[in-house]
Design a protein. Structure first.
Length: 253
């Protein structure tokens, strides 16, 4: 690494600019590929990104500012900067891997709402994510689960819940395509008048969706989605298309 700076602020600024470029690229990937709307805030993309930002655009440049000294021999200065960059890249790789493994790969409807399913939940059980393509082409893919009606069919589900702590929306064998099951889902459409009467922020978000989609409030169906950090209101039009979402307040840890 050839340095052209003669003082600490300059060296730190150069480091910051390169780190910011890396961070901007990661942000693009998160928003467009790994955590498309509305999953960025709901499933932990923002929480993971804050950790990466701390490592990438704060800690690295700060350490450069602390150790940079042109009075040091060039070889020693090169070694110091290289060590900082090495550990920064190691920490950054860990952060990116964590964000990637927790990316939502499915939104599964179970009982009354959708639940997001992170990649790690399926990978840890040896399930290849490519099998999700059988249920749809969207990303994350929207999936339906029909609640077992007989005790005989319930027992395997309950066994996995109790013995392996695998919730129903993580049990691949229960998955069905959402196509053809929308009427069953719409049975649990929320009373939108009641929802927006209790939450002014959501009311504004819903009204924005109505305006952009040129639909009226009661033209659409409103289904809840439970995720790790935020719950989401998914808005379907009369043709079963998702035309928008609204976010509820953050869930407290």
């Amino acid at each position: 690494m050839k340095l052209h700076c003669s003082n600490r602020p300059c060296a730190s600024a150069v480091h910051f600019l390169f780190s910011l470029l890396t961070f901007s690229l990661l942000l693009f990937i998160l928003l467009k590929l790994w955590y498309p709307s509305p999953f960025f805030s709901a499933s932990g993309g923002w929480q993971g990104l804050k950790i990466v930002a701390l490592i990438d655009i704060v800690l690295g440049p700060l350490l450069t500012f602390i150790i940079f000294n042109t009075k040091k021999p060039k070889k020693e200065l090169f070694t110091d900067i290289s060590v900082i960059i090495f550990f920064q890249l190691m920490a950054l790789s860990w952060g990116i891997y964590t964000i990637y493994s927790q990316r939502p790969v499915a939104a599964v409807f179970w009982e009354e709402r959708f639940y997001t399913v992170p990649a790690a939940a399926l990978k840890e059980r040896g399930i290849e994510l490519s099998v999700l393509k059988e249920f749809g082409d969207s990303y994350p893919v929207y999936i339906y689960i029909k609640k077992p009606e007989s005790i005989e069919n319930w027992l395997p589900v309950l066994k996995k819940i109790e013995e392996q702590q695998i919730p129903p929306h993580h049990q691949l064998e229960l998955y069905q395509p959402i196509t053809g099951n929308m009427d069953n889902i719409y049975r649990y459409s929320l009373d939108i008048d009641k929802v927006i009467s209790n939450n002014e922020e959501m009311k504004i978000q819903v009204e924005d969706v109505l305006k952009s989609s040129n639909t009226r409030l009661h033209d659409n169906k409103y289904i809840g989605m439970e995720s790790k950090y935020r719950n989401i209101l998914i808005i379907f039009d009369k043709n079963d298309n998702i035309i928008g979402t609204a976010s509820t307040p953050y869930i407290e840890d």
